[in-house]
Design a binder for this molecule. Structure first.
Ligand code: NAD
Length: 429
């Protein structure tokens, strides 16, 4: 099939490359000319394991990029909207990017003859596809959904860092279509994958995505709360959760306590669902607690640091890990952000290291506010304390490097450091 993918970020680029791998002909659309050029050169605009290889294989053959909606829409049969859906200041979903993309798509659709299917892959709160996106496209194009064009919601469940693998080996595919014709078109795209498809209406598909992320976020905040209680009682929360996770109704995953969840999805999606629930007049107290625990969790590391060092002003603190999790360069909502901000507010000098995410973090904290280092060893040299914020594999083997610190005090937020001869403090253990 001929597919266009609107937005070339984490989801859009992976979706485009994987559809090309599945044998489809793909056109990426992005308003950022740099991303368009990179994709056309076969270079991924973001880091994802395996993405470079796929782009290299398909770029300039069955995959290309453009900033021109008319070109992309007129030459394809189905379009996926994969643009960002950030939160506004109150945490509610902010749809201006989706609205703009829908308008551009509608404008191009007005000039196209023949049937076209529009698929929303961006994470949007229930009813957005039917009440916001479809009406914009209908208004701008002058065409009718279910008659002149098809519409569907097809949420994406990939994990950053493992996105290509997850796309090609999904544990579920959800297609929420307005009619059978749209459903058939979207479902056919996934025919090469060995996974049954859950067919729903668009709002149910939207809700499935939010419930999925909110449940995982709830598991993490629950585990962090239990970890905080265990810490007070001198009980090893990891041993507790290992046993608890053997209950098949619970499963062993997402029970590791630590500095909390970040990333582009969990924090904003839980907040967006809270906002949608409040809009209906319902106060979602469990989800509100999930967010509250997550916001407090990284700052407990500063409390632990101060309980050992006292005033932080003038002290050098090394922060190991800037990405919101390992194997990605993504820093969105990383738990290291509030930690660095608090350290700076308290007058500490921050020496930071991350194997991939330093360049992205520079956009938030420039080189004048914190010192970016080329290795963990460099960040640790002469430091008065260290905070481990991301579970990068290379941090697991750190040991002699800590002895180069002024004081080898390590507050571990991810349970990755295993080294004797240091002053080790686990966040919840
Ligand atoms: P992103 O910010 O990395 O990428 C969005 C892209 O859209 C950017 O390249 C931007 O230049 C482009 N863009 C913006 N406006 C545009 C327009 N009008 N026309 C064309 N392109 C435009 O976002 P992302 O992380 O890929 O997330 C996209 C959506 O997928 C969000 O709704 C997110 O919640 C959801 N999602 C993300 C993940 C993830 O792990 N990142 C997983 C599942 C779902």
């Amino acid at each position: 099939m001929k597919v266009s993918v609107i937005g070339s970020g984490y989801v859009g680029t992976v979706t485009a490359a994987c559809f090309a791998e599945l044998g489809h002909s793909v056109v990426c659309i992005d308003i950022d000319p740099e991303k368009v050029d990179m994709i056309n050169r076969g270079e991924p605009p973001i880091y994802e394991e395996g993405l470079k290889e796929l782009l290299k294989k398909h770029a300039a053959k069955t995959l290309r990029a453009t900033a021109d909606y008319d070109d992309a829409i007129s030459n394809t049969d189905i379009s996926f909207i994969c643009v960002g859906t950030p939160s506004d200041d109150e945490g509610n979903i902010e749809l201006s990017i989706v609205r703009a993309a829908s308008e551009s798509l509608g404008t191009a659709l007005a000039k196209k003859e023949g049937y076209h299917v529009v698929v929303v892959k961006s994470t949007v709160v229930p009813q957005t596809t039917v009440k916001v996106i479809v009406p914009i496209i209908e208004n701008v194009s002058g065409k009718k959904a279910g008659v002149d064009f098809g519409a569907a919601m097809n949420p994406e469940f990939l994990r950053e860092g493992k996105a290509v693998y997850d796309f090609m080996h999904p544990d579920k595919i959800v297609v929420g279509a307005v009619d059978q014709r749209s459903d058939d078109a979207v479902s056919a795209l996934y025919a090469g994958l060995d996974r049954e498809i859950t067919h729903t209406d668009p709002s149910t598909a939207e809700m499935i995505k939010y419930v999925n992320n909110s449940f995982l976020a709830t598991k993490i905040s629950f585990s962090n709360e239990i970890g905080n209680i265990c810490k007070q009682l001198g009980i090893d929360t990891y041993q507790v959760m290992e046993a608890v996770g053997k209950d098949f109704r619970i499963s062993p995953y997402f029970l590791n306590s630590g500095a909390g969840f970040g990333g582009s999805c969990f924090p904003k999606d839980v907040k967006a669902l809270i906002g949608k629930a409040r809009e209906q007049g319902y106060e979602p107290i469990l989800l509100e607690s999930v967010v509250k625990i997550n916001e407090a969790q990284p700052l407990l590391m500063i409390d632990l640091l101060e309980s050992r060092l006292g005033e932080l002003s003038g002290l050098t603190i090394s922060v190991l890990g800037l990405a919101f999790k390992n194997d990605t360069d993504d820093i969105r909502e990383s738990r290291s952000i509030p930690v660095i901000r608090t350290l700076l507010d308290k007058g500490a000098i921050v020496a930071a290291y991350d194997p991939m995410a330093a360049d992205n973090m520079r956009r938030l904290f420039d080189g004048d506010s914190i010192r970016y280092c080329d290795s963990a060893a460099q960040a640790l040299e002469g430091a008065n304390g260290c905070l481990v914020m991301t579970e990068w594999d290379e941090f697991r083997s750190l040991c002699s490097e800590f002895t180069k610190m002024e004081r080898p005090l390590v507050i571990d937020g991810r349970n990755v450091v295993h080294c004797d001869d240091i002053e080790y403090v686990g966040l919840c253990w």
